[in-house]
Design a protein. Sequence first.
Length: 497
Amino acid sequence: MKAWAALCTVLIAIPAQADTLAIGSKRFTESYILGEVLKRQVEGITAVEHRPGLGNTGIVFAALKAGSIDLYPEYTGTIAKEILKLEGRPGLDELNRALAPEGLGVAVRLGFNNTYALAMLESRAQALSVRTLSDLARHPELRLGLSQEFIGRADGWPGLKAAYRLPFATPSGLDHGLAYEAIAAGKIDVMDVYSTDAKIERYALRVLEDDRRFFPRYDAVLLYRLEVPERFPQAWRALEKLEGRIDERSMIRMNAAAEIGKRSFAEAAALLDPGGAPKSAAPRNFLSVLFGPDFARLSGEHLLLVFVSLAASIAAGVPLGVASAKLPRAAQAILGTVGVIQTIPSLALLAFLIALVGTIGTPPALIALFLYALLPIVRTTHAGLTGIARGMRQAAMALGLAPRDRLWLIEVPLALPSILAGVKTSAVINVGTATIAAFIGAGGYGERIASGLALNDNATLLAGAIPAAALALIIQGAFEIAERRFGWMARAKGRSS
């Protein structure tokens, strides 16, 4: 237990490397690409790391404040409305004054405005004579498919609905990448889009006019820690050269390369430089994606997340299960607490842990997985111990053993099959749950799943989901083999023979 506590302390204390520029990005195509653009701009000048797909605005901004990343591409409207909650349409000077107390700043206008908008299929909009957002109020029968972040943002659905007095109930959230397929299939009528989305033209969508000018400008900029220009002066000067370099046409072209051309985010980013990308994308199939160059790294990260968190859960969960079985007054509190932890949404727990630990990546992910793995181990330990027959307990007492010896020499071995079942369940659950850790930069197979969702690319998505499922089956099989070969019943049979 002390060794695990020391390991946790070391992991939590690991800061972002002082000599490495850490660039973050959100979990949608354009942000992934811009992160790669920034990385390419400073490669060869300083050590640089891109931490892609860290989640929504709240998570990435928390990572920036905590110093886990040094900068990331953001939009002026998001900074003003979602982060700072400012009224009106503030300029960069006002944004910088508001950000300065946090040790943050905004600079380097990249050159394009990527505003929010609502869109419909051109044929559907034409049939209903819908051209503006105000026209939507005349059609309460329309079905909306909005992204989760848009629904929750002050400059998103709540403010838009109030400004236009729209008669729609708030819909369930729909991943942005999947919404295009849904609108093309006729499952929804209206979706939120970014004005630089490459798929707007491909799916023949009509972007509805914001006739009341609700949405502010969303000029792409760098949101950074104020220490960055001093720590990385040469890299910062290189980043400043991106000022005004990416216009809307260039951004749409890069987005299209990733979403339609099926190029990697790095290949799409290379299109910004003439001759910087290959003439044509390399042939891709499922096996080439599955066993791509990142397979070993992702497997190692996933195994680390699963087994370190599982070891901690066993070290804490078994004693807690014993305590709940031996201390009836504490049983309800212990079982209730681990049960409540299981109900906390994973992304909410990760966001809380980022703020608590002060970093993104592996440490908060390990803590979250440790907490989620407790319930099966605690409950099965409790059930195994309380299910021991009275006669077996009396036999143990007749041997004259002290209560502590009876517990660890007799009762725990008898309850071991139940305890191992809980450990096996936690291990299998952890394999799947660990995929969510990719949303805070902890890597693992979830990194592919997040990229696949952003691109609506089934090959990439399956290349993350299938190894995770295979790992879960391998772990379950390994536990069953170990139980048959090395379990206490197998040892007992060996002695009798």
